[in-house]
Design a protein around this ligand. Structure first.
Ligand code: WT7
Length: 647
């Protein structure tokens, strides 16, 4: 089975793209026909990018879980929905069919209801990569609650900030998580977070590691006990809550150029249609294929391409609990062989890391089931691209380089596997519905950047990437602060969505993302806001001031370089640096720890007190001489001092 809206030739791509621009409402209305609605859409799109306000399929009624579960449980009950592989190669894997997944979601939805959850309530999920994480997300969606998944690498403080921002009523977690040879004590971290969170009434705890944990009477309950109670009462079916198109489906926090993470809000109908459409088209998913996305469900990639995209398409989604290098660097390839994976979607950082172990781990495995490869999260360098192509794809699998963001909900610029041409290190062409525009710093559209994608050749252009027309899964707001949404994404260039990315377009219209143009780093495909990290470092008692920049890192893409002005005893710099790292781990989480910390006596600042990051970036990159114009600095001497003590 393929999908009626699956693009199957280059011609068909151009045709779809043209239609999506000329008649966007007709285009998306036709795709929307392939979903289950309680009430079919008539109003397709209302929008302005000034407020901003965007609604898609505004008058429909739906529940996304009917589209992800019920319809497939009926038509293909025995098809695996989720295949789960443990962190430990010796622990049995799990295969959960659509029938079983629906049943489990029905049960857990009832658990939520029994614990007072109602439509619109916010629920924080802090869980390991086990099927129950997907079950928890889907159950929230079924009862109409809004989930806010927090990645397991964030600290108690970060969780508390996120719970507080959304006034979450309930937390779903586990005793712990297995990650490689480590145990992460999730429940302890939640307990620390909850000291500050008065809004949380209940904590549901799944058993995973069965390490000792504290369970507080009246607040903490075991997942398994709650399910048992319901099974004893024989609740077979949970009637999904009827949702409006624009009801929020979830909140996902992401870092930006200011100190505080933003809660990106996605809504039900548009998000569903777009993640499904992009899943089916970019990966060219065919019925029965095994799709393996290696992301953690705590990031947008996991939301859109482990859970909602694949399940809404009736696909088989493989979920892996562990890490690529445990017990050895052949783990991904074991999994590909074991489950005959057809489509593999991973991050350049993982590819670069596995590359460094040589091809021994790869050559020992049979990877012949693979048909399509994908990457996401950061620019992929040509070397990694070719290694992926040669050693994993054996030169017969198209590679899709998918550019998108937490805010876009789904893939925006990518080739379609085997249908539109790939070009190493280019995300290539915009998907149907995505109207891109490149501008210079003054907001002037670059020459040729507005031309139709079919008018070739294009003029080369390089500038800031914007989108000029809404697509169904565009973020709707930032939770609790619409002004911030407007300011961050819709004010830099009036009437346009600004991505924060720099971009180059070649003469054939292919896009190459060159990286963030704001103060946001991309470390191993994860976004780290420099302001947020500086705030965390500055909380260390001896730190007077700090400045964070990125530098090229062989595996992570970007590494974190911290310049710190420290007041106090610096005899043991290593120890002080470790203290600072510990502070960062406490405040944000281990994922934000700087790779390098240089103690400095001052920072290069302009007369108005602005730190000149351009200079710090050059120094971190290893540059000593061509540091650009330093004449506007308050104290130009400081530059040579910093260069002299570079690490
Ligand atoms: C930023 C978004 C979207 C999933 C994971 C990251 C960078 C993402 C690519 C790509 C070059 C990419 C951009 C973007 N990025 N994909 N294929 N090529 N850069 O989500 O945390 O919201 O980060 O990741 O800079 O703005 P995110």
């Amino acid at each position: 089975m393929s999908y009626p809206y699956q693009i199957n030739s280059l011609e068909a791509y151009y045709k779809a793209y043209r239609k999506s621009v000329e008649e966007p409402e007709v285009f998306w209305a036709e795709i929307a026909e392939h979903f289950n609605w309680y009430k079919k859409p008539k109003q397709i799109l209302n929008w302005n990018f000034i407020e901003p306000k965007v609604t898609w399929f505004n008058d429909v009624k739906l529940n996304i879980t009917e589209n992800c579960l019920d319809r497939w449980a009926e038509s293909q009950p025995d098809t695996p929905a989720i295949i789960w592989e443990s962190n430990h190669p010796n622990e049995a894997h799990r295969i959960i069919t659509y029938r079983e997944l629906l049943h489990k979601v029905n049960l857990f939805s009832q658990v939520l209801k029994n614990n007072g959850v109602q439509k619109g309530d916010r629920i924080c999920i802090y869980m390991p990569m086990v099927p129950e994480l997907a079950i928890a997300m889907l159950s929230c969606a079924r009862v109409g609650a809004i989930h806010s998944v927090v990645f397991g690498g964030f600290s108690a403080q970060s969780i508390a900030d996120r719970i507080h921002d959304a006034s979450c009523k309930l937390v779903i977690t586990a005793d712990g998580a297995f990650r490689g040879n480590k145990i992460i004590d999730l429940k302890n971290t939640i307990d620390d977070a909850l000291v500050q969170c008065k809004s949380v009434e209940k904590v549901i705890v799944l058993t995973r590691t069965r390490e000792p944990i504290s369970m507080i009477k009246g607040r903490d309950i075991w997942w398994e006990d709650e399910i048992e109670k319901i099974e004893a009462n024989g609740y077979p079916f949970f009637i999904p809550e009827v949702m409006d198109a624009e009801d929020p489906l979830f909140i996902l926090y992401t870092s930006g150029s200011t100190g505080k993470p933003k809660g990106v809000v996605h809504s039900c109908a548009g998000y569903m249609v777009y993640t499904n459409y992009t899943f089916v088209n970019v990966f060219q998913y065919q019925h029965g294929d095994v799709f393996f996305c290696t992301a953690d469900a705590g990031w947008i990639t996991g939301h859109s391409y482990i859970v909602y995209g694949p399940l809404s398409a009736g696909a088989t989604s493989l979920m892996f609990e562990g890490i690529p290098t445990f017990p050895d660097a052949g783990r991904f390839w074991d999994i590909v062989e074991k489950f005959q994976v057809n489509i593999l979607y991973t991050a350049p950082t993982a590819i670069r890391s596995l590359m460094s172990f040589g091809t021994g781990f790869v050559d020992a495995k049979n990877l012949s089931s693979l048909k399509v490869l994908g990457t996401v999260g950061e620019p992929i360098n040509e070397e990694a691209w070719h290694w992926y192509d040669t050693h994993i794809g054996k030169n017969k699998c198209p590679i899709v380089d998918t550019w998108w963001q937490t805010e876009t909900g789904g893939i925006m610029i990518s080739n379609l596997a085997g249908i539109t041409p790939a070009k190493p290190s280019y995300a290539t062409l915009p998907l149907p519905g995505i109207q891109t525009l490149l501008l210079d710093e003054n907001g002037i559209p670059l020459k040729g950047s507005d031309a139709s994608i079919e008018e070739l050749p294009h003029e080369m252009a390089s500038g800031n990437l914007c989108i000029k027309f809404p697509w169904p899964s565009i973020l709707r707001t930032t939770y609790g602060d619409h002004e911030r949404c407007k300011l961050t994404y819709f004010s830099t260039y009036p009437n346009l969505y600004f991505t924060g990315d720099g971009c180059l377009r070649d003469t054939e219209g292919n896009y190459r993302i060159t990286g963030r143009v704001d103060d946001v780093l991309n470390v191993s495909g994860h976004r780290i806001g420099t302001a947020e990290l500086e705030n965390a470092i500055n909380q260390h008692s001896g730190v007077i001031e700090s400045a964070i920049v990125g530098y090229p890192h062989d595996v992570k893409g970007q590494g974190i370089y911290a310049y710190v002005i420290y007041q106090g005893n610096l005899e043991d710099k290593k120890l002080v640096a470790a203290d600072i790292n510990q502070t960062v781990t406490r405040i944000i989480g281990a994922i934000a720890k700087p790779d390098k910390i240089q103690f400095v006596s001052g920072l290069p600042k302009t007369r108005s007190g602005k730190i000149m990051r351009r200079i710090l970036r050059k120094i971190a990159e290893g540059e000593s001489e061509n540091l650009g114009d330093i004449s506007t600095l308050l104290d130009p001497e400081i530059v040579q001092a910093i260069v002299g003590e570079r690490i």
